[in-house]
Design a protein around this ligand. Sequence first.
Ligand SMILES: Cc1cc2nc3c(=O)[nH]c(=O)nc-3n(C[C@H](O)[C@H](O)[C@H](O)COP(=O)(O)OP(=O)(O)OC[C@H]3O[C@@H](n4cnc5c(N)ncnc54)[C@H](O)[C@@H]3O)c2cc1C
Length: 411
Amino acid sequence: MKKIVIVGAGTGGTAVANKLRKALPRDEWAITVIDRDDNHVYQPGLLFVPFGLCSVNSIIKSRKRYISGGIDFIIDPLKRINYEKNRVETEGGTFDYDWLIIGTGCRLAPEENEGLMDEWGENAFSFYTPETAARLSNVIANFSGGKLVMSVAALPFKCPVAPIEFIFLADWYFRQKGIRDKVELTLSTPFIQCMPNWPKGRLVMQEAARSKNITLVTDFVLSEVSREGKYIKSFKGEQVEYDLLVIVPTNVGDDVIVESGLDDGSTYVPTDKHTLKALNHKNIYVIGDATNIPTSKAGSVAHYEAEIITDNLLREISGKEPEPAYDGHSTCFIVSEKGKSFLVDFNYETQPLFGKFPLPLIGPFDLLKETRINWGGKLGFEWLYWNIMLPGKKMLLPPTLTMAGKKESPF
Ligand SMILES: Cc1cc2nc3c(=O)[nH]c(=O)nc-3n(C[C@H](O)[C@H](O)[C@H](O)COP(=O)(O)OP(=O)(O)OC[C@H]3O[C@@H](n4cnc5c(N)ncnc54)[C@H](O)[C@@H]3O)c2cc1C
């Protein structure tokens, strides 16, 4: 019996496991998936928790429920990946593999940011985990005015659009509450121009922020949080004062990756950006946030990659070379207030453009435009996630970007 081991049963690990189980005969291939717990969090839902738009309980489901029959699901923290022996070690056992897929994602590391732990849970909060999002929701509900700063500590971090969505929703939330004039909203970000290098997209986002009276502080890489001074400081020496700090701390890959010698010093696994195979490892693929490839760390990306990795692994099993098929495709809704959202679709080479998605001329979604139908898409994404993406069902759309329906200008 040949063995595939998948470490991490998150968005990417679950989808690729289910796809492979459908494609490979059960009497020839054993598939094992390992995760530290049985709580699958629908992470996009975390954005809504601080504003009372969804509860933490509603976005956490049993991982087991989404892992197909015929796959062994092991709940046990990883200890080490011994790639020389083709073996994964957990706290409770060892698992030999012929092929390994790494899907261990990334985590918040607030301890990496000077001064942040002094304020963590007191005046500094994140919405990136269920626990911290729930705590932030109480704080936001009781915030009666002052300087609210949304800060991204450093690049790369997962879901590069979530901080701008957060600050847009904060504008909506405090307007509803009738205290918007008492709240100063600021977004500080390491991006040079508020967004990744998206010339057209960033103009749209900058205009949206301007119309909502949100201050953008760009090219700001966090060097320090000062509890005494109530300010954050960048490596260039710029300071931004806060009363309430909402922060995406430095993100890092899992410790096991580093301790197993699988990273390149960045805590992420060096990965071929087109085949998704680990560089220097002939029997390892990498999916989702654990890679070092230059596209968004996003669920849509992990989903597209699951399709590419399945195809490439099947090719290799049948003696063929993996295809350099992945193009960095990423698709993200960007909520602008409750009831409206933008949408972007891009890859390594093509920045977000205007037009319709997914069907040319018809849509129903509008690219780089704020619409109610896009908001419906953002809400519908949750259904798609649990019912199509995680079970590894085939989507009607290809995993790579299509130019059909896209245009350079909004007119
Ligand atoms: C607030 C927020 C909003 C987001 N919004 C969107 C959005 O709108 N659209 C979008 O596409 N994406 C969004 N994302 C990003 C998306 O959720 C992630 O990019 C995606 O889940 C990455 O999938 P993954 O499989 O790489 O990692 P994950 O889904 O994080 O899974 C990694 C798994 O590995 C396991 N693991 C790690 N280390 C170990 C270990 N040592 N032992 C055992 N198990 C281990 C973890 O428990 C986890 O289950 C958002 C993320 C956040 C935080």
